[in-house]
Design a protein around this ligand. Structure first.
Ligand code: ZN
Ligand code: ZN
Length: 349
């Protein structure tokens, strides 16, 4: 079955005949269009179209798997495409302003659906996993290339820029998110985006980044010691690595997000670090850096072959420091395969 057939099946479930797709990841998933922020997809009972404007005539001719409609204003064309069929929209993405305008134009309220297409993207096809493999390979290569530059006196932002440069030169579409390089006490910030801070001897540096290849996001975190580090930092590192390896080893079809999260959380609790693990264990990646399945203490998501997961426990002690270690894996028929291959044991540079 094609992706569009899957969409029509989903539409039937919510009693709609037509869908307006505005979430960029879904627009790209259905059409292949690599500038999905500037287009929408409309799926009707007998057509599936990509609507965008005149800037993209040549690009869509090359990229789009769907029939293309070039128009300066897609909202004006919508009515003739939709007719009287009930129209579903993506509530998680369509702005309230646009919802009101569509209501006025159609003379009726669209059906607001919640993450209607997300389930279709959960299990990756072989060609999607191949893109993720390449994104992870580029990510690993960038870390190997930049690691020699990690030394006292270098600013965090320089490391981030070097990683970005290396990934772009190797074919990455860009960085999937703001690169995290968090050194010294900044490593206690789970989301410590690279700053002006100068890296010093004795810092344990958290580096969290990932290439994007063909639209698909890799995601990896390593914690690297710059010179000898305090014994307490090393204790945190060893505990996180133990938790990461235990949770990763348990990845298999049938496991729930909640179970995997608990494995890491219970292990860190044995090291008196439960309270310091202040986020969830992981997430899926794909056309978005964060997508399903969710691996958290509240997640009933059940793993299936073809799903991707990050396993990324971390501990953070404000004013002191923190550690996170993250791998990207794909669920297989009998377990998992790790895509991120950079060494994750203790490394001191
Ligand atoms: Zn990450
Ligand atoms: Zn992540």
């Amino acid at each position: 079955m094609s992706r569009v057939d899957d969409v029509r099946r989903k539409l039937a479930e919510v009693g709609a005949g037509t869908l307006l797709v505005t979430a960029p990841a879904n627009v790209r998933y259905l059409s292949g269009f690599t500038s999905p922020e500037d287009g929408v997809v409309v799926v009707t009972p007998d057509r599936a179209l990509l609507l965008t404007d005149g800037r993209y005539t040549a690009q869509t001719a090359e990229e789009s798997r769907l029939e293309v409609l070039i128009s300066p204003n897609w909202e004006e064309r919508l009515h003739e495409l939709v007719g009287d069929t009930p129209l579903a929209v993506e509530a998680e993405h369509l702005s309230l302003q646009r919802f009101r305008r569509l209501t006025d134009r159609l003379g009726r309220e669209p059906i607001a659906t919640d993450a209607l297409l997300a389930p279709l993207r959960l299990v990756k096809a072989e060609e999607e996993i191949a893109l993720l493999d390449e994104a992870a390979r580029i990510t690993d290569a960038a870390l190997a290339e930049v690691l020699p530059k990690l030394r006292p006196g270098v600013r965090e932002i320089e490391i981030a820029l070097e990683l970005d440069r290396s990934m772009r030169m190797a074919g990455s579409d860009g960085s999937g998110f703001h690169i995290i390089v968090a050194s010294g006490t900044r490593s206690a910030m789970p989301h410590g985006v690279a700053s002006d801070k100068v890296i010093e001897a004795g810092d344990l540096v958290t580096i969290d980044f990932g290439a994007v290849y063909g639209g698909y996001h890799a995601d990896m975190t390593r914690a690297i010691a710059v010179g000898p580090i305090a014994p307490e930092l090393r204790r945190l590192f060893d505990a996180v690595l133990e938790a990461q390896e235990a949770a990763l080893a348990a990845v298999a079809p049938g496991r729930t997000g909640r179970e995997l999260d608990a494995i890491a959380r219970d292990l860190l609790a044995r090291h008196d670090l439960a309270a310091a693990f202040s986020h969830s264990l992981g997430h899926g990646t794909g056309l978005e850096i964060h997508e399903g399945p969710r691996l958290s203490s509240r997640s009933d998501d059940v793993l299936e072959p073809g799903m991707t997961v990050t396993i990324e426990p971390g501990v953070y002690l404000p004013g002191f420091g923190g550690v996170r270690i993250e791998d990207l894996a794909v669920v297989t028929d009998d377990g998992y395969r790790v895509l991120s291959k950079s060494p994750k044991g203790f490394v001191q540079v």
